[in-house]
Design a protein around this ligand. Structure first.
Ligand SMILES: [Fe+2]
Length: 310
C-alpha cells in the first residue's frame, strides 16, 4: 500500500440552497453544525471530533464536489499520485491547511489530507442531540466504468480490502464493497457507463429506532417524497437502512447493525451471484424503487469545478 489511507473522512455535496439544506440536514436530521462560511456549511455527526464530515456547498446544480480521505503520510501519497500521472492539484479547506485533490482512475474526485482541526466532543451532551442524531460517516456509494481497475486501485494503492462482491449472470463483477477501517464497507461501487457517479453517502446511527425516526421526522414535516426507500435490511453488509433525498435529490442513507471485520487477513470476500438478486439488496425480498436503481449524481471535475457529463 502506498497511499496509506486511514479512513473515509468526508463528502462535499452540492446544494442549490443553503437555507433549505440547513433545514433538511441540521434542523430535521440533526447534524451538528461546526461552521457556516459564506456559501459553505460544515456539519458533523455526534461522535465526530473533527471539523466536518458533511460539507454542503452552494452550487447551481446538485452532485458530488469530492470525497475526503484521511492519510497517514500526505507527502508519500502525493508522490504516488504524481508517479501515477493522475490529474491533481493542491487544495485546502476550512480546518484543513494542507491537502491534495486528485482524480482517481475512474475519474472520481478525491481529497487526501492528514490533519483536520478538532471540534467539540458532543457525544455525552445528550441535550444537544437532535433529530436522527447521525453518529459518524459510514460509507459512500459510487458508480464507475471499470470495477476491476477501481478495485485494484483501492486495494493495491489505498490499502482497502474487498468485503463482499456481486457478480452478474456472466460472472462479471457488478458491485463491490470495500473497507479500510474495518466496518462492513466504507466504499461501495457499481458498474455503469453513466459514470463517474455518486449514488449516496451514509451515516451510521446507533439503532433501528433512529432509522424509523428519520421517516417520522420527514413525514411530520410533510416531506414524504424525501423518503425514498426503506426501512429495510440489506443482505449484503447485513445493515438496517433507510434512504432519503434532500430538496435537490441528493441521497443520504442512515444505516446500522452491520458487522466489523476483526482480522483483515482472515476475511474471505463474500460472493453474491445473480440468483441471490432478490434478497441481496433487500434481505426481506422487497422491490427496490426505480429511482434508487436508476438515479445518481454527477461528480465535479477537479480542475474546472464543473460537473462532468456522461
Ligand atoms: Fe449504502
Amino acid at each position: 500500500m502506498v497511499i496509506d489511507v486511514t479512513r473515509l473522512s468526508h463528502v462535499v455535496i452540492r446544494v442549490s440552497s443553503l437555507e433549505k439544506a440547513k433545514v433538511f440536514y441540521e434542523d430535521l436530521l440533526g447534524f451538528a453544525e461546526s461552521e457556516k462560511d459564506g456559501d459553505t456549511m460544515y456539519l458533523r455527526g455526534i461522535e465526530e471530533v473533527t471539523h466536518h464530515s458533511l460539507v454542503l456547498k452552494k452550487a447551481s446544480s446538485p452532485g458530488l464536489s469530492y470525497l475526503g480521505f484521511r492519510v497517514d503520510n500526505l507527502s508519500k501519497a502525493e508522490k504516488e499520485i504524481e508517479e501515477m500521472g493522475l490529474p491533481r492539484r493542491t487544495h485546502k479547506e476550512k480546518g484543513v491547511e494542507d491537502g491534495i485533490l486528485f482524480q482517481d482512475p475512474a475519474g472520481l474526485p478525491i481529497f487526501l489530507y492528514h490533519d483536520m482541526e478538532s471540534a467539540e466532543d458532543v457525544r455525552l451532551k445528550f441535550y444537544a442531540h437532535k433529530g436522527v442524531s447521525p453518529v459518524r460517516i459510514a460509507h459512500v456509494n459510487l458508480v464507475v466504468d471499470d470495477l476491476q481497475r477501481e478495485r485494484e486501485f483501492f486495494e493495491k494503492k489505498m490499502g482497502f480490502i474487498t468485503t463482499e462482491y456481486f457478480v452478474d449472470d456472466a460472472s462479471n463483477e457488478e458491485v463491490i464493497w470495500l473497507t479500510k477501517r474495518g466496518s462492513s464497507h466504507e466504499v461501495a461501487m457499481s458498474r455503469s457507463r453513466r459514470s463517474p457517479g455518486f449514488h449516496h453517502e451514509t451515516y451510521y446511527v446507533y439503532d433501528v429506532h433512529s432509522i424509523i425516526r428519520a421517516a417520522d421526522i420527514l413525514a411530520s414535516y410533510e416531506m414524504w417524497d424525501s423518503i425514498e426507500r426503506g426501512p429495510g435490511r440489506h443482505g449484503v453488509t447485513q445493515g438496517l437502512y433507510i434512504y432519503l433525498r434532500d430538496q435537490d435529490k441528493n441521497r443520504i442513507e442512515f444505516f446500522t447493525a452491520d458487522y466489523e471485520v476483526l482480522d483483515r487477513d482472515k476475511w474471505k470476500p463474500i460472493r453474491w451471484d445473480a440468483t441471490q438478486r432478490r434478497y441481496r439488496s433487500d434481505y426481506w425480498g422487497r422491490a427496490i424503487p426505480e429511482s434508487w436503481l436508476k438515479e445518481w449524481m454527477p461528480v465535479e471535475d477537479i480542475v474546472t469545478g464543473e460537473l462532468k457529463g456522461w
